[in-house]
Design a protein around this ligand. Structure first.
Ligand SMILES: [Fe+2]
Ligand SMILES: [Fe+2]
Length: 304
């Protein structure tokens, strides 16, 4: 059929199917089974960091200067475990939103099949993060109770671009950290493998999330765009601010009150977040999701 005879909505659908088909093809060529790829058996070597020290919430503070090398390593191990645990929390939200979105849709559609592939990826990721956090010697880190309940409402109600844009923000923020950690020889080898697996598989998820966000917004009216841009920004705020649990400092053997206070005003960490998220913010701007009220929350989360 000549393209001039295809209706715009069909063209849109065909383009989406094409993206999904390419993602399925890529996944069939390069996917990982963390159960066999990650070295789970070698005991943890405490000579390693859990994350690149520059990503520590205390890096650049006066307190960081006073810490011994061992204390710094203990801290980044707890921080990496907390990020992984928050990752599990969000991946569970995400899986439910994707499953709800695909409920009773056409199973022959490549987008349907890609969505289930993504859910399967996330399921493996969450198990991988759970084992990784345990190996790092961390307890269960979960967001604060009100945030857990907000997440429960969000995963039950969010749809369309609100769901896919929030998925994108969470995946991008994790991605920028993990790209640094996976290449860093100071980081424990098994953590680097976990990050490498996640970066490779999430790059496909982010492509799908960007594509779905754009497509869903095409049919959204101004009011819906305003509401959902704010919903996405609030979700992003709670995802980002839940990444590093306040208990990591005590669990790393530090003075918790001092660490929390210095982390809160750590300009190095804030500017690292802002510079790492510039690409994401450009995308949200191009999708016209950076409305005034939304910007307020992205600024508060130091994403822009
Ligand atoms: Fe994931
Ligand atoms: Fe993902």
């Amino acid at each position: 059929m000549a393209s001039s005879t295809v209706r715009p909505e069909d063209q849109d659908r065909l383009a989406g199917e094409d993206v999904a088909r390419r993602l399925l093809d890529s996944a069939s060529k390069l996917s990982y089974d963390p159960a066999t790829e990650v070295d789970w058996d070698t005991p943890l070597d405490t000579a390693h960091h859990g994350a690149s020290p520059e990503w520590s919430t205390l890096y650049g503070t006066a307190y960081w200067q006073e810490l011994t090398d061992d204390q710094r390593k203990a801290l980044t191990r707890q921080e990496a475990a907390s990020v992984a645990s928050t990752g599990i929390w969000f991946e569970m939200i995400l899986q439910q939103m994707v499953l709800r979105d695909m409920y009773a849709k056409d199973p022959t559609d490549p987008r349907f099949q890609w969505a289930l592939t993504e859910v399967a990826d996330e399921c493996r990721h969450s198990i991988m993060f759970a084992r990784g956090a345990a190996k790092l010697g961390a307890p269960a880190y979960r967001p604060r109770r009100p945030v857990v309940e907000l997440g429960r409402a969000f995963k039950t109600l969010a749809f369309g671009e609100a769901a896919y844009a929030a998925i994108l923000v969470a995946e991008e923020v994790l991605d920028v950290m993990q790209r640094d950690w996976m290449r860093d020889e100071r980081v424990a080898p098994f953590v680097r493998t976990i990050n490498n697996i996640h970066v490779v598989e999430e790059s496909r998820h982010m492509k799908f999330a960007r594509d779905e966000t754009r497509r869903r917004l095409r049919t959204a009216g101004p009011l819906r765009r305003q509401i959902n841009s704010l919903v996405v920004a609030i979700a992003s705020y709670y995802i980002v601010t839940s990444m590093v649990n306040a208990d990591v400092y005590a669990n790393a053997g530090l003075d918790s009150a001092r660490a929390r206070a210095e982390a809160k005003t750590n300009e190095h960490h804030k500017s690292l977040m802002r510079s790492s998220c510039s690409g994401l913010m450009e995308f949200l701007a191009s999708a016209r999701l950076l409305t005034g009220p939304a910007l307020f929350f992205y600024k508060r989360a130091h994403l822009i």
